[in-house]
Design a binder for this molecule. Structure first.
Ligand code: ZN
Ligand code: ZN
Length: 300
């Protein structure tokens, strides 16, 4: 466990849908899931297919009941494919706090239940027997994670500020720059922070509010699905699909003055060679760049 800092592990890095072929072995084919250990808390961003492997490892390693904090950026399929297969959710001894955006008037709880409707999935939501505490978010919240005995404390915040408290705290920012909206998260702990900003379609130069939200972060995990040439292609443009180009992600990282950029939510048609080239190009714009890869660990 990371007692005084952060430890990040990438379990799923692919956007849109999982893939499995020889050309993607280096970066991996599972969809979005990042595990973060901060202090004695375990935080999970998104429940794409990557979360299935994480669930198996957690069950294998832990005898004691698990207390987990799952933050969903949104509920599009590629971020939820693994939710119904996440083993800790089936064990009555475990407690899972689940956070994610409300969809207009529909609560997160209702959306998760609808995703497991029997026309869509064979096992109903009530089969997930863990103690689940589900919070719908609207943005501009701070969520203080308070150890194993106390529930997280959710409060409204004004503006962006790093939390200096003793407990890991997550700040939220809701953006409309993705179809049906997306929640961005900034996890702060002991003057360090990581920002999770997937499924976000940056405008050229980046949205000032998002640049401020990411200001000075130690790690920025950012949507980098397309090359700018793909995004703006005349014959097959990807505008309004809700994703950033790699170039725009690098621009945001530079303007926000983050220490490290992790390119994330890789386009399924980009093979390992293509992503290698993308990293090389991105380092010319923002030297402290890496591409997220399954199994990659970042500690700081
Ligand atoms: Zn996605
Ligand atoms: Zn999406």
């Amino acid at each position: 466990m990371a007692q005084n800092g952060f430890s990040l592990r990438f379990w799923g890095v692919r956007g849109s849908h999982p893939i499995s072929d020889r050309g993607s072995l280096k970066y991996g084919g599972n969809s979005s899931c990042v595990e973060v250990k901060a202090g004695d808390q375990r935080i999970i961003f998104d429940a794409g297919t990557g979360i299935i492997g994480l669930g198996k490892e957690l069950v294998k390693k832990n005898q004691a009941p698990l207390i987990l904090n799952l933050f969903l950026s949104h509920t599009h399929h590629d971020h939820l494919f693994g939710f119904y297969f996440f083993e800790p959710l089936f064990d009555t001894r475990n407690r899972v706090y689940i956070f994610g955006p409300r969809s207009e008037k529909r609560s997160l709880s209702k959306t998760l239940r609808a995703a497991m409707d029997r026309t869509l999935f064979p096992v109903g939501f009530d089969a997930l027997r863990a103690n689940k505490v589900i919070h719908s978010l609207d943005g501009n919240e701070s969520i203080e994670l308070r150890g194993s005995r106390q529930a997280p404390r959710v409060a409204k915040v004004v503006g962006v500020e790093d939390m200096q408290g003793e407990q890991p705290t997550v700040l939220t920012y809701k953006s409309a720059a993705h179809p049906n909206g997306v929640m961005l998260y900034r996890l702060c702990y002991k003057n360090k922070s990581v920002v999770y900003a997937t499924d976000i379609e940056q405008k050229r130069g980046g949205y000032p509010e998002i640049i401020e939200f990411a200001r000075g972060a130690d790690v920025l995990i950012h949507d980098a699905q397309y090359l700018e040439s793909e995004y703006t292609s005349r014959t097959h443009p990807r505008k309004c699909w809700g994703h950033s180009s790699v170039e725009r992600a690098a621009e945001v990282a530079a303007k926000a003055g983050v220490k490290r950029l992790v390119l994330f939510h890789h386009e399924p048609t980009h093979d390992d060679h293509c992503i290698d080239q993308i990293v090389k190009q991105t380092r010319r714009r923002f030297p402290a760049s890496v591409a997220a890869a399954e199994g990659m660990v970042i500690s700081f």
